[in-house]
Every structure is written in C-alpha cells, then in structure tokens.
Design a protein around this ligand. Structure first.
Ligand code: SAM
Length: 206
C-alpha cells in the first residue's frame, strides 16, 4: 500500500512514509473488512462512518507539514487510524482528537492500544466544530469530515503560524482547504483540490 502511495506521488516525505509504514491499518477496521485493510479505499467502521482511504490520509499528512514537536487537534477520530499516524510524525508533540459518536470513541481507543499508539493520542467525545478549547492553541488542526463553512472556533484555536486543513463544500463534494494563520486576525487560504468526506455534523457543521 505504501509503495503504491509513493509511486502515485501521494507520499513524499520520509517522516510521513515511516509513520504510515508503522501503523497497522488492519487493527482499525472491523474484523469482516480486514481483508480490504490495505486497499486504497474508505471502509465502513460503524455508526454510518468510514475510515478514510489511505491516499487521503497521505495527502492530508503531507499537506499539514507536521513537525516533531507539534501540538495537534484532529476533528473526527473515526477509527483512530489517522490520529495514530499523525502521532508518530509528531513524535515529541501531542495529538488531541474529538469525535461526536461515543461508540466510535470506545472503538478508536481500543484500536489505538492494539496498534501501540496509546499514550500519544487523547480522544474525547464532543462536537469538534467547537474545537477543543481546553488544550488550545494548536500548531495544526485538521478536520476529517466535510464542512459547509469553516467553523470560527477552529480559526480562533490556531496559533499564529499554525495551519488548519479542512474539506469545505456541499454534502456531495468538497475542496480541501489549507488555512494559515498569519496574524491575530489574518488568515491565508489555499485550495488543495477536490475531495469527498462524510458530513461534519455540529453547531458549525451540517
Ligand atoms: N480519520 C478517521 C479515521 O482514520 O478513521 C476517519 C474519520 S471519518 C471520515 C469522519 C469522522 O468525523 C466520523 O467518525 C464522524 O463521526 C466524525 N464527525 C463528524 N462530525 C463531527 C463533529 N462535529 N465532531 C467530531 N466528530 C465529528
């Protein structure tokens, strides 16, 4: 899987490649889907949600430009796979992840223990469109569900110099946006291309 992602140009940097090689994706998918764990597709994980396709994890990890000591917020834990990969890139930092489905939080916590990433990722139940004020500000925030607009709390919880990655658009398709906070009230926005995510549901979501 990783070799293919490299040959297609999704994976480019040594640290992201190393992290993806270390996380066993089969530990993050339901038993009956394990035979598909290393194919490049999203898979159902319960509650009508999916573990994202590996190429999307690769695109997002590369686009986030994560440093070893970064303090990171993920919105939408799902299976915990993406957070686990990110925690190995930010190996001297912290990863906090917010998920709205309590049942997925339980499953993700178990997955993370089995994959050996526990202690590096803290998962909480809640509405991630509000961010996670308790541990703000963050060097990086990324959202793994499609939003109708950028939730203001996520912009406010970024450090100056920090980056937010978020799919924004309709329920059928979104643009992946990278937003850099360049001053207290100044942000620069880049469009990184089309994508399709499950909806972000919450106060500032759908
Ligand atoms: N990256 C995840 C993984 O590796 O398995 C997949 C995430 S899945 C595509 C998107 C997740 O966002 C779902 O688990 C969904 O329940 C969650 N979600 C949607 N709206 C949310 C919100 N407002 N707060 C927190 N989680 C939310």
């Amino acid at each position: 899987m990783v070799e293919k992602l490299i040959s297609y140009g999704y994976l480019r940097s040594e640290k992201v490649i190393r992290a993806m090689l270390r996380v066993p994706r089969h530990e993050f998918v339901p038993e009956d889907k394990r035979k598909y764990a290393y194919s490049d597709e999203p898979l159902p994980i319960g509650e009508g949600q999916t573990i994202s396709a590996p190429h999307m994890i690769a695109i997002m990890c590369e686009a986030l430009q994560i440093e070893s000591d970064h303090h990171i917020l993920e919105v939408g834990t799902g299976s915990g796979y993406h957070a686990c990969v990110v925690s190995l890139i930010a190996d001297k930092g912290e990863v906090y992840s917010v998920e709205r489905h309590a049942r997925l939080v339980e499953i993700a916590r178990r997955n993370i223990i089995r994959a050996g990433c526990c202690g590096k990722v803290t998962i909480v139940v809640g509405d991630g469109t509000l961010g996670y004020e308790e541990k703000a500000p963050y060097d990086r925030i990324y959202v793994t569900a499609g939003a109708p607009r950028v939730p203001p709390p996520l912009l406010q919880q970024l450090k100056v110099g920090g980056k937010l990655l978020i799919p924004v658009g309709s329920k059928l398709g979104q643009e992946l946006k990278r937003i850099t906070r360049i001053g207290d009230d100044e942000y620069r926005e880049e469009n990184l291309g089309g994508c399709v995510f499950v909806p972000l549901v919450g106060k500032y979501g759908w």
